[in-house]
Design a protein around this ligand. Structure first.
Ligand code: HEC
Length: 476
């Protein structure tokens, strides 16, 4: 562990990444990848009928404002949050995908430039009618380019997401090509593409309700067009979703019930799965109704329902994907606690403290057990747990031992933590040695009744002296 540890002891580190990343995905899929092709189709229809053109422009205005602000910021936010919380895994991913990320960056910059051009030149007036026509056809071409580039940025990132779940043959040959063409890549990309198109349809339908007049011709035409769009893509989304499910490695499916509903609700797994199905059913129902009676509309806000259902589904899939990958951050190669699988024998022999550059205790002694145990908690558990906030260890142990107000039993805790990975597949094995495990237990028992937040380096600061005399060369 060569990095000082950043930690949010109330909100939880996982949750910070999750909130930023999920917001980003909703905007990327729902307002860029899925929505741009719709705007483009509407613009093309608008070549004959200007009411389509006006509607398309209004929808694009919303997409433009949100994607270039919150969308772009959360994209950068994913980098910031994940490199703060897990610099090792980001480092490993960059080593494998350096070239791909470079290309992605250029594609992304092009996408931003294209959306600027596409949006800002939409209403450009040309001198003559003929020029106007030529200008418009170039504008449509920009729309095609934008649609393609938005998809390509997603297509590159999805390779990396698939790799994190199952690196496939990369674990043997360590080549970029094996990593990029991992077994989950194509099914996941296909699924996301259709899911994005469906979500884009729901967003466009909702906006259309606000941007068109109830009795206008364009309301009827656009509602019909968008509901057909959604109907067309839902079956593909389902089929691709099933395909994606089939390539998920069996080990990960064992985490599925906790992934879908957290441990507390895992028995409701079945119910939750039905809720997911009903969400899609709900979307179909509202959209079907709009298709049959485009003019008889329920209140406009009702069309937020399909959008929220689709966003809910998308967000849920992200959570499940992130969860079932555990205990790994990169399948078979690196655990979510940032340690490499191959370093475990060394760490379990020497201890994790010895191999950490920025800790206040380099080994466990009879006098420093509490402090050393806190360091062990920060290194081994804090990527996923807090002491008293989200996924709090005090709460977890209280649940396990019945919250009777009696001190938890040290030997039971020791037995549990030593074997936790065998029954709780989402947790990595304890990485340290026995002394460190004892220290961790002293610390945890210490906070059972005296909660004191375990602060990350952003609060405690870093004494540079500590790092200096604890030479970096001892790291694995
Ligand atoms: C990769 C992330 C991760 C790491 C690292 C991790 N845990 Fe967990 N742990 C979880 C999750 C997720 C849960 C279940 C949360 C839920 O849904 O209730 C959990 C649950 C638990 C539970 C309750 C289990 C039960 O059966 O009720 C205990 C106790 C626990 N963890 C202890 C630890 C300790 C101690 C460490 C550090 C040595 C640790 N965990 C490291 C993710 C992790």
């Amino acid at each position: 562990m060569d990095f000082p540890i950043f930690h949010l002891d109330f909100f939880g580190d996982r949750l910070m990444i999750a909130v930023i990343a999920i917001l980003h995905v909703l905007i990327n899929h729902g307002l860029a990848v899925g929505l741009v092709p719709i705007v483009l189709c509407m613009e093309i229809k608008g070549l004959k009928d200007p009411t389509w053109d006006r509607l398309a422009y209004k929808i694009l205005t919303v997409a433009f404002i949100i994607t270039t602000t919150v969308g772009a910021l959360t994209g950068v936010g994913i980098w910031f949050s994940s490199s703060l919380i897990n610099p090792y895994s980001i480092g490993s991913l960059i080593r494998v995908f350096y070239g791909a990320w470079f290309v992605e960056w250029t594609v992304f910059v092009t996408e931003v430039i294209l959306i600027m051009i596409y949006y800002l030149t939409w209403k450009k007036k040309h001198k003559t009618e003929a020029h106007q026509l030529v200008g418009k056809s170039y504008h449509v071409l920009t729309g095609y380019a934008l649609a393609i580039f938005s998809w390509v940025t997603m297509a590159i990132i999805v390779a990396i997401l698939g790799f994190m779940m199952d690196p496939g043959n990369w674990n043997n040959d360590r080549t970029f090509l094996s990593g990029f063409t991992n077994p989950i890549y194509v099914p996941q990309l296909t699924f996301r593409t259709f899911l994005a198109l469906t979500t884009g349809g729901a967003v466009a339908l909702c906006l259309t309700m606000f941007f068109t007049d109830k009795n206008s011709e364009i309301r009827k035409k656009s509602v019909r067009f968008l509901s057909k769009w959604i109907f067309a893509f839902i079956p593909f989304t389902l089929i691709a979703g099933f395909w994606y499910y089939l390539v998920i490695p069996e080990g990960m499916l064992k985490n599925m019930s906790v992934a879908v509903g957290t441990q507390q609700f895992q028995n409701y797994y079945e119910i939750l799965r039905q809720v997911l199905m009903y969400s899609l059913g709900g979307v179909l129902l509202i959209v079907g109704f709009a298709f049959l009676y485009p003019r008889f509309t329920p209140p406009k806000w009702a069309f937020f329902i399909p959008v929220l259902l689709m966003f809910g589904l998308l967000g849920y899939f992200e959570r499940v994907r992130e969860f079932i990958r555990k205990p790994y951050v990169i399948g078979g190669y690196m655990y979510s606690n940032t340690f490499r699988v191959e370093d475990y024998p060394l760490l379990q022999r020497d201890g994790i403290l010895k191999h950490s550059a920025f800790v206040s205790t380099k080994e466990v002694t009879a006098h420093n057990q509490y402090e050393a145990g806190k360091n062990v908690f920060l290194i081994a558990c804090s990527r996923c747990h807090t002491t008293g906030g989200v996924n709090s260890l005090v709460e977890k142990f209280d649940n396990m031992y019945g919250n009777t107000g009696k001190p938890w039993g040290a030997s039971a805790m020791k037995a549990y933590i030593s074997n936790m990975h065998l029954s709780r597949y989402y947790m990595p094995p304890f990485p340290g040695n026995e002394k460190e495990l004892d220290a961790l237990i002293v610390y945890l028992k210490g906070i059972q009744f005296n909660s004191a937040p375990a602060e990350g380096v952003q609060n405690t600061g870093l004494e540079l002296g500590t790092a200096k005399d604890q030479s970096l060369t001892s790291n694995p």
